[in-house]
Design a protein around this ligand. Structure first.
Ligand code: GDP
Ligand code: MG
Length: 440
């Protein structure tokens, strides 16, 4: 998806004259990419109509940046789709806040409820967990393990089979102990079975949650619509958590879930680990969907590493430049940061780059590319790469020095050129980043 959207958006950025025909072509491309990404057919149709309606090219006075207006309109409309304009429940300090999780089996409830308890605990809430999943063997053990690791008090039973009774007991006990966040994990079945919904409603009546959260696997695709609708009708949840956003999920299902239930997404799960939960924010989500890379997320991430080396790179990115040394530093960081795809997907253009480098088995490749750059001189590293074109013998020297081939050196340089192109497009006063910021 990203690739198609990127090309559609760059058709937009690359061209200076926007006319009706180009607008149609770009819209067509964006729409089919969204469809491919499992965004609901009706929603895509509406998006297309409203963009066309809003961008009335003929009526625009001369001198107005039409390109920018189309771009802004598309982004605005997409953001609207994930923003139902409804506030989710906000837990109150010094009070008991009961939160109940619902969702299909495997969607990520147990994992996410521990993540959320930990999230609130870090914010100073006294948090705990109640396991009301008596359906799945080992459910209590799983919650117990997670909770113990995160040092979060929990309640559950190996012998009690009535989830309603367990949840009531657990919530009552923790209420007495003045816990502020009590999260109730429920069981999910494979399909939307009647018993699941009946049980869910009974637990709801027993614990009277302040907030019910539906957990939805990002990879669910077109099924997101019917599924969210069924859960909304039975449990009337007030918030959504989308999990597994770190994977290859296309994210389009999330848009359908919001649209059909008019319920906000509050968090996204970005990995299996306890801290991999992020507050949902429409702008980066849409940027990512559009393949523009989450520059802001990247910068925060890089800054959080607190490495001196990165300061130069961030400054360069902001200014719309990118040196060979920046590429080298970035690859070094990627090795340090672990899960490649995750970091890579945050960098504009990097998702494609890593795909082209062979997907998962990238760390060996990255090391090889780094070793190539390690054989470059300081001057070469600090350049925009053009010194190599001026004097191709440099490539031969670097290839020999690093024990690689000229073809591989060329490959590094072409990766660098791609990044530089991205940086130019994204950074600077008139860059896409500045425009995106102006939008939001
Ligand atoms: P439940 O049946 O709804 O309670 O789902 P679980 O919490 O047991 O999760 C099912 C699987 O999804 C487990 O293997 C989790 O580790 C995994 N999982 C949950 N959330 C995420 C996420 O955000 N990213 C990834 N990669 N895996 C996740
Ligand atoms: Mg579970």
């Amino acid at each position: 998806l990203s690739r198609r959207l990127t090309s559609a958006m760059s058709a937009l950025t690359g061209s200076n004259i926007i006319d009706e025909k180009l607008l149609d072509a770009v819209l067509k491309e964006i729409c089919s990419a969204l469809l491919e990404s499992d965004v609901n057919v009706k929603l895509v149709g509406n998006l297309r109509k409203s963009v066309k309606q809003k961008v009335n090219l003929k009526d625009l006075p001369a001198g107005v940046n039409k390109k920018r207006i189309v771009q802004k309109t598309v982004v605005d409309e997409l953001i609207k789709l994930v923003d139902p304009k409804v506030e989710a429940y906000k837990p109150v300090k010094g009070k008991t806040n009961v939160i109940m999780f619902v969702g299909l089996q495997g969607s990520g409830k147990t994992t996410s409820c521990t993540k959320l308890a930990l999230f609130y605990q870090k914010q100073g809430f006294k948090s705990c967990l109640v396991c009301a999943d008596t359906f799945r063997a080992g459910a209590f053990d799983q919650l117990k393990q997670n909770a113990t690791k995160a040092r979060i008090p929990f309640y559950g039973s190996y012998t009690e089979t009535d989830p309603v009774r367990i949840s009531k007991e657990g919530v009552d006990k923790f209420k007495k102990e003045k816990f502020e966040i009590i999260i109730v994990d429920t069981s999910g079945r494979h399909r939307q079975e009647k018993e699941l919904f009946a049980e869910m409603v009974q637990i709801q009546q027993a614990v009277k949650p302040h907030q019910t959260i539906m957990v939805l696997d990002a990879s669910i695709g077109q099924a997101a619509e019917s599924q969210s609708k069924a859960f909304k009708e039975s449990s009337n949840f007030g918030a959504i958590i989308i999990t597994k956003m770190d994977g290859h999920a296309k994210g389009g299902g999330a848009i359908s879930a919001v649209a059909v239930t008019q319920t906000p997404i509050v968090f996204i799960g970005t990995g299996e680990h306890m801290h991999e939960l992020e507050r949902f924010s429409a702008q980066p989500f849409i940027s990512k969907l559009l393949g523009m890379g989450d520059i802001q997320g990247l910068m925060e991430h890089v800054q959080s590493l607190n490495l001196d080396k990165n300061k130069g790179m961030i400054k360069n990115l902001e200014q719309g430049t990118f040196t060979v040394r920046d590429l080298r530093d970035q690859m070094g960081n990627i090795l340090k940061l672990g899960p490649l795809g995750k970091v890579a997907s945050m960098l504009p253009g990097m998702g494609q780059m890593f795909e082209s480098m062979g997907g998962d088995d990238t760390s060996g490749r990255v090391k090889r590319l780094i070793s190539i750059m390690d054989s470059m001189t300081e001057k070469e590293l600090d350049s925009d790469g053009r010194v190599f074109n001026a004097d191709p013998s440099r490539m031969t020297r670097v290839a020999r020095g690093s024990g690689t081939s000229v073809r591989e050196v060329e490959e590094v340089l072409s990766q660098h050129r791609m990044m530089l192109g991205m940086a130019k497009k994204m950074g600077g006063k008139n860059g896409m980043m500045a425009k995106m910021n102006a939008v939001g």
